[in-house]
Design a binder for this molecule. Structure first.
Ligand code: NAP
Length: 278
């Protein structure tokens, strides 16, 4: 356990709505540590200066969120191979010698959230269907592949982005046209929404679930609202559902461990505290 005051935070633009301070400050308090986790609103033009400032200010590191996850990579002295494959970082660790190391824990958080919801979940139980081809989709594709997925069907409104991912990652990833999204659910064991459709203020995802086996796990990266129209429809027909809160909570654990040397847990209490802010 540390006696020194340890500081970390999250850089984003905007960053006012980030729930990360609630999560990390809860853990600091819970583990009796001396430290603080803050919000850093960093305009894109100031990103390099802000990242260079981490070491100068003596921070242990920080999280990186929208829109900096890709740009921030170039300022690292070392990027974890997993984050390299994802093409983005969400965590910076300042090493004792001042070197900046970049990681991406989003995929870890996602897989943990599935296992928490369904401990028997297996990546190779059947085809996984991913809707969307942005940053969250990249992290999820890589982590599903590493978990042993044998067939990943990816669909995106802009088809070329789904095809680019299929080309980059190769088998087991295959791209389909957005118009095929209802039919590709046939036989799937996992459905993931990584589009912003269904998020508070956005229209619901236009998806018919008839072809999806009721044994399939249905997950959404969105956590505002906690139950998107997709998850509500899936739950009503008997599918097990997983919202995006678990991904958010679990991605924070390895970062906290790297900065504070304690691996924290996602407890019902933490879940309740964060849910109160949504
Ligand atoms: P992103 O890179 O901007 O990707 C957005 C995706 O949504 C793209 O695939 C985009 O398709 C699609 N999309 C946008 N409008 C659409 C529409 N009208 N119809 C169909 N598809 C549409 O964003 P991201 O960073 O991947 O984040 C995506 C979602 O995941 C967000 O809701 C975010 O909050 C959530 N997320 C959650 C966590 C967590 O910890 N739970 C972590 C990261 C992200 P086009 O390519 O055609 O534009």
């Amino acid at each position: 356990m540390h006696n020194t005051f340890i500081m970390a935070g999250v850089m984003g633009w905007p960053v006012a709505h980030s729930r990360s301070p609630v999560i990390h400050n809860h853990w600091i308090h819970h583990h009796g540590l001396s430290g603080a986790y803050g919000r850093f609103p960093v305009e894109p033009r100031n990103l390099e200066a802000a990242i260079r400032g981490l070491q100068a200010l003596g921070l242990a590191g920080c999280n990186i969120t929208i829109p900096h996850k890709v740009e921030a990579m170039q300022y690292m002295d070392w990027v974890d191979p997993l984050a390299q494959r994802m093409g983005a970082i969400n965590t910076i660790v300042v090493r004792p010698d001042g070197a900046l190391h970049g990681f991406n824990n989003d995929g870890f958080g996602y897989i943990q959230s599935l296992r928490e919801a369904q401990p028997t979940w297996c990546a190779d139980a059947g085809p996984s269907v991913i809707l969307g081809a942005g940053g969250a989709a990249r992290a999820i594709v890589v982590s599903l592949m590493d978990a042993g997925a044998t067939e990943i069907r990816i669909l995106n409104r802009t088809r070329s982005k789904a095809e680019a991912l299929a080309q980059e990652f190769g088998a087991p990833v295959a791209a389909f046209d957005w118009s095929e999204r209802h039919a590709v659910l046939n036989g799937a064991s996992l459905l993931v929404n990584t589009t912003n459709q269904g998020m508070h203020g956005e229209t619901a995802l236009d998806l018919q679930l008839e072809q999806l086996p009721t044994s399939a796990l249905v997950s959404d990266a969105i956590y505002v609202p906690l139950e998107t129209p997709l998850l509500a429809a899936a739950r009503l027909r008997g599918n097990t559902t997983v919202n995006g809160l678990g991904m958010l909570l679990h991605q924070a654990r390895p970062a906290f461990h790297a900065w504070f040397s304690v691996m924290p847990d996602v407890t019902p209490e933490l879940r309740h505290i964060v849910t109160q802010t949504l």
